[in-house]
Design a protein around this ligand. Structure first.
Ligand code: HEC
Ligand code: HEC
Length: 193
């Protein structure tokens, strides 16, 4: 069988496109997220290193989620990198699911933390603009319900098993925030572009 030199590349590209379509049935056509029965997080503009870390965590069940464990376990490392690069380049407007009101308190928590409760400024790691870097995720434009759910359930979902991973960095902060503080900071980052 004669195989021309460009064919493996064409085949690989086709495979990535088919997979992307699948991801977007849940995560939205431009990766902006979707508010379904579960909140589907925004992936657009996400830091590739964080993105890849999370897919590995789903595969290894360090981050427990039955849907994403099934989605991720078939992905090769090369496919994971290609998907991460694609979503990083997308830049839709925030989904706009946050309730109005509390975002002034949210901004204060984001920028200054809550020293008396041992909550550091989120901006120190996630950046003043919420774009994140390397293994630190982008929070800007993230769906309100998703962020609230992650911060409230952190230690039940992340860092499972005996291996210590990057999720440990966020564990104390998620524990030290009250419910209303979580809601305020989630509303604030949901609106960041
Ligand atoms: C059937 C729906 C569905 C499909 C299809 C799907 N996802 Fe997800 N994905 C989810 C849900 C729900 C979550 C949130 C999990 C949680 O709450 O921990 C998620 C979370 C993620 C996260 C973690 C985001 C974060 O901010 O931590 C990444 C990365 C991700 N998905 C990538 C993908 C990729 C890449 C594909 C395609 C190969 C894909 N997903 C397909 C439903 C889906
Ligand atoms: C010391 C650095 C640091 C500080 C300070 C910090 N974070 Fe994080 N945050 C991280 C890292 C690293 C991760 C990724 C954890 C992982 O890999 O599971 C993360 C993850 C998150 C996630 C999960 C995002 C997603 O897409 O699932 C949320 C939400 C979050 N942080 C919110 C906050 C808020 C709100 C604050 C301030 C009150 C804050 N963080 C302060 C380092 C930090």
């Amino acid at each position: 069988m004669a195989v021309r030199a460009e064919e493996p590349g064409v085949a690989a590209r086709h495979g990535v496109e088919a997979k992307l379509e699948y991801c977007k049935t849940c995560h939205g056509l431009s990766g902006q997220g979707y508010r379904g029965y579960f909140p589907m997080p925004r992936l657009a503009g996400q830091q590739p290193q964080y993105f890849e870390n999370q897919l590995r965590a789903f595969i290894e069940r360090r981050r427990s989620n039955p849907i994403m464990a099934n989605v991720a376990h078939v992905l090769s490392p090369a496919m994971i990198s290609a998907l991460a690069a694609h979503f990083k380049a997308l830049d839709p407007k925030p989904f706009g699911s946050a309730p109005h009101g509390s975002s002034e308190l949210g901004k204060r928590i984001y920028e200054d933390g809550i020293p008396e409760a041992n909550v550091p400024a989120c901006s120190a790691c996630h950046g003043a603009d919420g774009k994140g870097q390397n293994e630190i995720p982008r929070l800007a434009g993230q769906l309100y319900d998703y962020t609230v759910g992650q911060l409230e359930g952190w230690s039940k979902v992340r860092g499972q098993g005996s291996a210590v991973d990057t999720s440990a960095i966020m564990a104390p902060t998620s524990h030290n925030l009250t419910k209303s503080q979580v809601e305020a900071v989630a509303a604030y980052v949901a609106r960041l572009q």
